[in-house]
Design a protein around this ligand. Structure first.
Ligand SMILES: [Zn+2]
Length: 506
């Protein structure tokens, strides 16, 4: 095909053909991944790995083909003729193409081997509390990532490059400002809470909860949240997660704990939020590279919105308690909504990020960000991490780190080569607080919606302002467009201050 001489319609037809192939391969990969986490027999692991790797390679071959490159470049030349969504599609594909092509295949394969090895070492290092065995891998990975970042964008600071990969538009300047602001709010607030020491009573949540009954409840929680049950699969897995093949086919999982039923409710609201986003993307994008959420931070903004801003609000406590009473009537027969609310909003310094509460969670993220930032700047190397980690946990959270297993070895991210990823977790909560303020300004009574248990006014706003765009718009565009102003952390700071000052009577 002579791309220069082809009509725009012909080029778009070629593009659609390539995109459909990418969709089909992605569909298969996601199905395989989901089955692996939920139902495959133990012996299937190797076959699954083989199939996934091959599908991944086939996808890359299509994305990096001469046909794809010539088509998107020629369409980019003619962007003025294209409707807006097609312009977005071409822009996103060029970005995906660059992401995949800029690093030589051999170096990429080296990195993959390093990650496999590092992940293995990390698993045993964590069990054996042996940071020294894992530390060389951290240094090796950071130096490789610095090298890759220079290939991607020689003008930029390497850590900025990686921050931008996980959240387009974000960099150290952006996160420094954000984190300084929330640190200045949370650290003193937490110190006051600890000093006061009057934690809410959690007796009402303690008991034994049949897992089959909990699993039935999961479905009802997802329905209450407003998910389209005809486009949703719910299963169980070791760690809860969400994935999707298109807006028509979204998977979530929950992990059921016999001694903690509230964890199932909040984890379902969280994954349900991710699923709501995926279901709400413009169906026109289903077979294109615009399907799926735009960034980790925006995805997390929706999941944490439903888990915390809605799910852990006093207003929604009546609904959450009512469903708990329906499935576990004996346990909750005397529990009041006030008791439920307080029991699910204990704020306490802790060591483990994934178990942290709504108030302290961001501090765990900030510590990882500061460590990564120092590593990339060459201010520290991996051998320094345990002592830097311990000092920061002491300074920000007031806890002493007893060992590296519960310290710098706790998360899997570094062993997978993910540096610059953590900050998106904290960003999500702050985006969410800004959504609520914007909804209120635009005339939505968010408290009334939460109190009624019918969250439609909130999900409609999210659909219209965030979900529908899929990957077609970047995070900063979405925030400005939805909220009428750029991102600002003060909504989140105000929210935390008000909520926890009231709970702890500060
Ligand atoms: Zn999440």
């Amino acid at each position: 095909m002579n791309y220069k001489e082809a009509t725009t319609e012909e080029l778009l037809a070629v593009l659609d053909g390539l995109e459909t192939k990418l969709f089909a391969l992605g569909y298969a990969s996601n199905q395989i991944g989901f089955a692996g986490e939920t139902q495959d027999p133990a012996n299937a692991a190797r076959d699954r790995g083989e199939a996934s790797a091959t599908l991944h390679l086939l996808s890359q071959n299509i994305l990096c083909s001469d046909e794809m490159y010539a088509t998107i470049m020629e369409l980019n030349e003619r962007r003025e003729e294209l409707p807006e969504w097609r312009q977005d599609q071409v822009r996103v594909l060029i970005r995906d193409w660059e992401e995949t092509n800029v690093i030589p295949a051999e170096e990429n394969a080296d990195m993959t081997r390093l990650i496999v090895e590092a992940n293995d070492v990390w698993h045993s290092a964590k069990v054996e509390n042996d940071w020294d065995s894992f530390a060389p891998y951290v240094d090796k990975m950071v130096s490789k990532l610095i090298h890759f970042a220079k290939l991607k964008d020689p003008e930029k600071d390497p850590y900025d490059v990686w921050l931008g990969v996980y959240e387009q538009g974000a960099n150290m300047e952006f996160y420094d400002k954000f984190f300084e602001e929330i640190k200045a709010t949370i650290v003193p607030l937490l110190a006051k809470i600890v000093q006061k020491g009057n934690h809410p009573d959690t007796t009402c949540l303690q008991g034994t909860f049949d897992k089959d009954i909990q699993y039935k409840m999961t479905r009802e929680v997802a329905e209450m949240e407003g998910l389209n049950m005809d486009a949703l699969v719910i299963e169980q897995s070791l760690h809860p997660f969400t994935n999707s093949t298109s807006s028509n086919h979204v998977f979530i999982t929950t992990s059921l704990l016999e001694n903690d039923m509230a964890s199932n409710i909040y984890s379902t609201l969280h994954e349900g939020g991710h699923a709501m986003y995926e279901q709400g993307i413009n169906p026109m994008f289903n077979y294109t590279s615009l399907r799926g959420g735009t960034s980790l931070g925006i995805h997390e903004s929706v999941s944490r919105f439903f888990e915390n801003l809605v799910g852990r609000s006093r207003e929604y406590a009546d609904t959450a308690l009512a469903v708990s009473k329906k499935y576990f009537p004996e346990q909750f027969k005397d529990t009041t909504a006030d008791e439920w609310y307080l029991a699910n909003n204990v704020a306490m310094p802790s060591l483990i990020r994934v178990e942290a509460d709504e108030l302290t969670y961001s501090l765990h993220v900030i510590i990882r960000y500061e460590v990564e930032r120092a590593l990339f700047a060459g201010e520290i190397t991996a051998k320094d991490i345990p002592s830097v980690w311990a000092k920061k946990y002491h300074d920000y959270l007031g806890v002493e780190v007893p060992n590296d297993t519960e310290g710098c070895l706790q998360d899997t991210h570094w062993s997978g080569g993910s540096f610059g990823y953590f900050p998106t977790y904290a960003l999500g909560s702050a985006y969410g607080a800004q959504y609520i303020a914007a909804m209120e300004r635009q005339g939505i009574d968010t408290k009334a919606a939460m109190a009624s248990g019918d969250l439609t006014p909130l999900s409609n706003w999210l659909s219209e302002n965030i979900f529908q765009y899929g990957r077609s718009k970047d995070p900063s565009w979405l925030i400005e467009h939805a909220c009428g102003e750029p991102f600002s952390a003060h909504y989140f700071c105000d929210y935390l201050t008000q909520k926890f000052s009231a709970i702890y009577d500060l």
